[in-house]
Design a protein around this ligand. Structure first.
Ligand SMILES: [Zn+2]
Length: 325
């Protein structure tokens, strides 16, 4: 049967695509590792610029004070020289006043200058520290970038290997349809749908057991389940859109799957086909399952050991299915 061959290839393709999407996700997220370091560096650089501007202002203030001090000293010295040569009392008094004023200014400027120069030295020290920190953070960031590039290169290498495998399987599927009408279109459509399902669910091809889709646990319409069984064509689950293939189930297993089917179809009532909040849905599944577990316990009290074993098996199956989702 042609479809069996398609199913086998789709299962291989599924393995490839799951790895591919996982790697692509990692590749997208990887650069985010640097954002912390980049933020830190940007912060230090901003602090440095602010510090530098304060330093420049202080430096200007120091230069201005030095000039003022020089003038005050000059005024005092000139006054002192003048006093020695003064001829009138009035001239003498004016010069004395000039000297005392100059002294007051001189003293104030020296005090201010001392203060500003101390600030300047401190700022200079902080600037040096900030500069060192920037260099350090730049080095760290560069080494992170280097290892990120290695990481990205390894992802690319794996991805290109997967691409080769994907192309091979895709080619196989195209070949299978080659004889049919609109072959290319048909294969393309199947592949496109399949990729989209896997991007959302990580499982694009699932079995039908006892008329139940093992992807979403919904009971399929009987005539549709028969079509899947006949395997003439590719069928998509009407509830979860996964590709379906039929799996025969031995009779003693049937009861388990029936239980699972009922639980699953109840869970499926709330199911969002987009499967975007699958976590939430798992919780719902959990709740419904535990309800059924409770019922099982009540049944178990009246039932025989053999049925207990069956129930355990059924629980295991449920767990497996959760993991797959
Ligand atoms: Zn389904």
């Amino acid at each position: 049967m042609v479809t069996t061959e398609v199913f086998e290839n789709l299962k291989s393709l599924q393995e490839i695509l799951v790895q591919k999407y996982e790697l692509e996700g990692k590749k997208n997220d990887a650069p985010k590792q640097l954002s912390n370091q980049e933020d830190l560096l940007a912060k230090t650089q901003k602090e440095f610029i602010e510090l530098k501007s304060t330093y420049d202002e202080t430096q200007e203030q120091v230069t201005k004070l030095k000039a003022q001090l020089e003038e005050a000293v000059k005024a005092r010295e000139e006054g002192e020289k003048g006093v020695a040569n003064s001829t009138t009392h009035r001239e003498y008094e004016a010069l004395e006043k000039q000297i005392s004023e100059a002294k007051i200014h001189e003293e104030q400027y020296r005090k201010d200058l001392q203060h500003e120069e101390k600030d300047l030295a401190e700022l200079n020290e902080r600037l040096k520290n900030s500069e060192d920190l920037i260099k350090f953070q730049e080095t760290e960031l560069n080494s992170s970038k280097e290892s990120l590039n290695k990481e990205l290169a390894s992802y690319d290498q794996k991805l290109s290997k997967l691409k080769t495998e994907e192309d091979k399987v895709t080619k196989n599927i195209n070949m299978i349809y080659a004889g049919e009408e609109n072959a290319e279109l048909k294969a393309q459509e199947i592949l496109f749908k399949f990729q989209r399902i896997i991007q959302r669910n990580s499982e694009g091809i699932v079995s039908v057991r006892n008329g139940v889709c093992s992807g979403c646990h919904m009971i399929l319409p009987a005539n549709f389940a028969n079509e899947v069984r006949e395997g003439e064509d590719i069928n998509f689950c009407p509830y979860c859109s996964r590709i379906l293939y039929y799996e025969e189930v031995s009779e003693d297993q049937q009861e388990d799957y029936f239980d699972m089917g009922v639980a699953g179809s109840l869970a499926g009532l709330d199911e969002d086909f987009e499967d975007e909040d699958s976590e939430e849905r798992e919780d719902e599944d959990e709740e419904i399952k535990s309800e059924f577990d409770d019922e099982d316990e009540i049944d178990d009290e009246d039932s025989e050991d053999a049925e207990d074993e069956d129930d355990e098996d059924s629980d295991d199956e449920d767990d497996d299915n959760e993991d797959e989702e």
